[in-house]
Design a protein around this ligand. Structure first.
Ligand SMILES: Nc1ncnc2c1ncn2[C@@H]1O[C@H](COP(=O)(O)OP(=O)(O)OP(=O)(O)O)[C@@H](O)[C@H]1O
Ligand SMILES: [Mg+2]
Length: 274
């Protein structure tokens, strides 16, 4: 109720400002995005362009609205006002995938893992042959070594998160959202899934928005690091990072990688102190 009372009032007689498209290669345009929680602004008149066929890592202070941002773009949380378009289309005409941090709650426990992964394809009304073909492709591309006929709770955390990434990618989404997908995994599994994600990205070029609280990981996977301020949240800086792929452990000691990480850290610290 408070949020409604305190939200900005828009006069219906004032024409909306002209929509400004993003630069060439933009996939997602966000214009005038406003979101209040309990009467306090989180985003106010926020504009952003997300490039196509790139990985954007979202990084910023605790509670600055990283999850809320991708959740609003993915349509999981309503916005108060503004416009979000995907190649000029609305969300309902766009296929997206979402990978949750908490893989334990992300899958249907009553379905075998393989049926969880195939679920979005069945929802789309794909035939058994089409589902089988896509599943075979996914299993090959993820090099799955565990038994997909098991129930999710019979798998390790890393296996479950691998399966939930496979499920998100099954319908070949235009955009994949990932909210801290590695944070509940051990180091070995994090490395494995990180590499898989990079491989899938190199094969498909799926636009990805990745929220990460680990700066090294955020930079390692990114074409752009989107650094956010404290709330009310703005773009602090968009830092390009264009070392060639595949990036490997050798990348971690490249001067360009270290410089991108250092610059991101400086901006982050500046924003945290502000
Ligand atoms: N449903 C809600 N009601 C009220 N406030 C909320 C709600 N959801 C989020 N917030 C607030 O909005 C802000 C942004 O939350 P969000 O979870 O998006 O931040 P975040 O950057 O992802 O944080 P973290 O680094 O902890 O993951 C926080 O201050 C949070 O307390
Ligand atoms: Mg979050």
């Amino acid at each position: 109720m408070n949020a409604v009372l305190n939200a900005p009032v828009y006069d219906a007689d004032v024409p909306a400002p002209e929509f400004k498209p993003g630069p060439a290669g933009t996939h997602i345009t966000i214009r005038g995005l406003t979101k209040y929680f309990a009467g306090w602004p989180l985003y106010e008149n926020f504009d952003l362009d997300i490039p196509k066929h790139k990985i954007v890592s979202v990084f910023g202070p605790n509670g600055c609205g990283k999850s809320t941002l991708i959740n609003m773009i993915a349509g999981l949380i309503p916005i108060d006002s503004g416009e979000i378009l995907f190649d000029g289309k609305s969300l309902k005409d766009t296929k997206i995938g979402y990978v949750f941090q908490n893989y334990r709650e992300a899958m249907f426990p009553w379905m075998r893992t393989i049926d969880n992964i195939a679920y979005p394809l069945k929802l789309e009304g794909k035939s058994k042959a089409e589902v089988d073909r896509r599943m075979a492709e996914l299993v090959a591309s993820f090099d799955v070594k565990f038994d997909l006929n098991r129930y999710p709770y019979e798998l390790s955390g890393g296996q479950q998160q691998t399966a939930s990434i496979m499920r998100a990618l099954a319908p070949n989404p235009e955009v994949l959202f990932l909210d801290e997908p590695f944070s509940a995994l051990d180091f070995e599994m994090t490395l494995f899934i990180r590499e898989k994600l990079q491989e899938v990205f190199m094969q498909t070029g799926t636009t990805m928005m990745l929220v990460s609280h680990d700066l090294e990981e955020a930079v390692y996977l990114a074409d752009q690091v989107l650094l956010l301020t404290k709330r009310p949240t703005k773009v602090a800086e968009i830092l390009p990072y264009d070392d060639p792929r595949p990036r490997t452990t050798a990348t971690l000691s490249e001067a360009s990688f270290i410089a991108a990480k250092k610059r991101s850290l400086e901006i982050f610290q500046r924003e945290v102190r502000r």
